[in-house]
Design a protein around this ligand. Structure first.
Ligand code: ADP
Ligand code: MG
Length: 465
């Protein structure tokens, strides 16, 4: 009985500290709009960097030819080639390959990392079949999706601002990532030119627009989280170049680094942040994205094990191990709807090493998954809502006209595979928008849109015009 009381006290505390009532989400969205404006002004203290992508035109559908793309930014990297057939034939053929990055390369030297990538790319190019056509005498061209904050200096160059998501490589910050990739390709004897360097959010936005003309923003919910959207060029005070003819500029918000005292930051978040590779940074990302959700659940379960002997008299040693509980496992536990929570029980046995958990312990575990996933999904919805506010697509115009159809392209393993997360996000967004506006706003899965998007941007920025 004493144990139960202590467990109930911890759970109550977690519920209270991770709560995201709608009113709070609205004030978080307002704070985010303020930070977006600061970032667009170039205020160095803004927590949203609002990076200029140099993409002032999104794909039109006319792109044609053979293009490659390479996507680096998480646990896997992907290579892709696509034969574009213009307005009529669209994507004639595409092929891709996925390679996981050996963990030691994520914390090694940048030369090793880029050599590994270039070697895999060269191998992939070798398998190009006859159904792909490169005109005589032309160099192959590549769109490079690089999902870390980059200070772009043109559409095809930029320097790394910082690593995130478990990457930490000495000496790469401040370097031109296209230069590093190009030199590694040369070392491999691979003749290929990088014509577009894009963030994965920008790639997803481009790929999304190619599929649906009403796409105005793209959001990634995978290992990390980020968003990009189409901004009016004249709403970017820090842009000192000529105004683009389109009047638009795609902005990479880097919203993962959003921070605000309005965010429901618990003791578990603070401890995880403190022990992370990048303490004090990416606070919003650490509350939302796939790299961290399972770890937050683990920390809460550990507290329950310590304070309320949730898994028996001894705290299971495996539960003490950071990142042992991965978000896909959390998702599997959360979705267990069997009457005896059999799957969840088996997962606890596998991961934590406790064989016979009571039904009550299983319910508690599922409840914790629910609280952590719900907070992440609701905070992500608040972020999307803030972008819609920023571009005036959050409500029906006051002049009585209709809100134009507004599509947000979403991608990333978390959004794609964690059903309870994605449905909570969508329901929350509807709630924030209200009935009328939400009937014009669509959240749409753009599966691997960033790869094709990068290839499309490589095409529209081809050296052969
Ligand atoms: P990345 O973000 O690394 O580029 P993805 O978009 O494929 O790659 O996202 C991978 C991330 O998605 C994983 O790190 C994991 O956190 C999350 N994820 C993958 N599968 C699932 C799943 N079934 N349930 C919940 N999260 C998942
Ligand atoms: Mg990705």
């Amino acid at each position: 009985v004493e144990r139960k009381k202590r467990a109930a006290a911890v759970i109550e505390d977690v519920e209270r500290n991770l709560a995201t009532p709608t009113a709070l989400l609205r004030s978080i969205a307002d704070a985010m709009v303020v930070e977006m404006e600061r970032g667009l002004r170039g205020d160095i203290h803004a927590c949203l960097k609002m990076l200029i992508s140099y993409v002032d035109n999104l794909p039109t559908g006319d792109e044609h030819g053979l293009f490659y793309a390479l996507d680096l930014g998480g646990t896997n990297f992907r290579v892709l080639r696509v034969q574009l057939g213009g307005r009529e034939k669209r994507v004639v053929k595409q092929q891709y390959d996925e390679v996981s990055i050996p963990p030691h390369l994520m914390v090694g030297t940048s030369m090793e990392l880029f050599d590994f990538i270039a070697a895999a790319l060269a191998k992939f190019v070798d398998t190009e079949g006859d159904d792909f056509h490169l005109p005589e005498g032309r160099q192959r061209e590549l769109g490079f999706t690089f999902s870390f904050p980059v200070h772009q200096t043109s559409i095809s160059s930029g320097t790394l601002i910082k690593w995130t998501k478990g990457f930490s490589i000495n000496g790469a910050v401040g370097e031109d990532v296209v230069g590093e990739l190009s030199r590694a390709m040369e070392r491999q004897g691979l003749d290929m030119k990088v014509t577009a360097l894009v963030n994965d959010t920008v790639g997803t936005l481009a790929g999304g627009r190619y599929m649906d003309n009403d796409v105005v923003a793209a959001v990634i919910l995978g290992t990390g989280t980020n968003a990009a959207y189409v901004e009016h060029a004249n709403a970017i005070p820090k842009w000192t170049g000529l105004l683009p003819r389109s009047g638009n500029m795609v902005i990479n918000t880097e919203w993962g680094s959003f921070k605000s005292d309005k965010l429901p930051l618990s003791e578990y978040d603070k401890a995880m942040d403190f022990e992370s590779l990048n303490p004090g940074e990416q606070i919003y990302e650490k509350m939302i994205s796939g790299m961290y959700l399972g770890e937050i659940v683990r920390r809460i379960l550990l507290k329950l094990a310590h304070d309320a002997s949730l898994f028996g008299d001894v705290v299971p040693p495996k539960l003490e191990q950071p990142f042992i509980l991965r978000t896909p496992d959390m998702s599997a536990m959360h979705h267990d709807s069997s009457h005896d929570l059999k799957i969840l029980g088996a997962k606890l046995k596998d991961i934590v090493g406790v064989a016979d958990t009571s039904l009550e312990v299983r319910y508690i575990t599922r409840h914790i998954c629910d609280i952590v996933a719900e907070r992440g999904a609701r905070l992500a919805a608040a972020g999307i809502y803030s972008i819609l506010k920023k571009i005036g697509r959050d409500k029906v115009p006051s002049d009585g006209s209709k809100l134009p159809r507004t599509v947000v392209a979403l991608d990333g393993g978390l959004y794609e595979h964690y059903k309870k997360f994605s449905s909570c996000l969508e329901a929350t967004l509807q709630d924030l928008l209200g009935e009328e506006a939400s009937s014009s706003v669509v959240a749409k899965l753009a599966n691997d849109g960033s790869g094709i998007g990068a290839a499309l941007l490589a095409a529209s920025h081809s050296q052969y015009g």
